[in-house]
Ligand binder design. Structure first.
Ligand SMILES: CC(C)(COP(=O)(O)OP(=O)(O)OC[C@H]1O[C@@H](n2cnc3c(N)ncnc32)[C@H](O)[C@@H]1OP(=O)(O)O)[C@@H](O)C(=O)NCCC(=O)NCCS
Length: 138
């Protein structure tokens, strides 16, 4: 059974393994836990039987007008079961009061996100690849 939560109660770095799949420099489980703690909004998908996190989505916000969704991931072996969709739906419900809700994604995910009423838009971005695993003193 997969359950969903919007807080870190009962979750630690040891509940997080296998994320940032395919990233050349993967954040450690400790960095992952830290970014979940520091995000304004999170939704986690948990495999109740295995008792670990199988998917997550984060958002950061000024809590006035805008929110940004930097990260969404479902562990590879749990993909294709609707977990990613549930995470997006639950996060969009949380962010419903804001004027702007933005995220950046590869073009092949346009169809996935458009299911939730999101529209493609142009973006500009900086990526410091040497910091991909997280800032050291963060
Ligand atoms: C994107 C992601 C979160 C979707 O999670 P999921 O649990 O598999 O999602 P769902 O089961 O709800 O939906 C799957 C649908 O998304 C589509 N999809 C997933 N990844 C896709 C990709 N890279 N390109 C195109 N479509 C994709 C699937 O084809 C599927 O479509 P279908 O319902 O028509 O078969 C997951 O594939 C993932 O973690 N990918 C790696 C990280 C990533 O790309 N995150 C998004 C960053 S912007």
């Amino acid at each position: 059974m997969i359950s969903y939560t919007d807080n870190l109660e009962g979750i630690g770095a040891n509940s997080l393994d296998g994320f940032f799949d395919g990233w050349p420099k993967r954040p450690t489980a400790e960095r992952h836990f830290e970014l979940l703690k520091k995000s304004d909004y999170i939704v986690l998908a948990i495999d109740d039987e295995a008792d670990f996190v199988v998917g997550f989505i984060t958002a950061i916000s000024d809590n006035v007008l805008s929110a940004y969704i930097p990260l969404l991931e479902v562990l590879p072996s749990y993909q294709g079961r609707g977990i990613g969709s549930k995470l997006v739906q639950r996060m969009l419900e949380k962010l419903d009061g804001f004027y702007m809700i933005d995220l950046v994604c590869d073009r092949d995910l346009e169809r996935f996100y458009s299911r939730f009423g999101m529209k493609a838009a142009f973006c500009m971005a900086v990526r410091n690849y040497d910091k991909q695993a997280g800032v050291q003193d963060g």
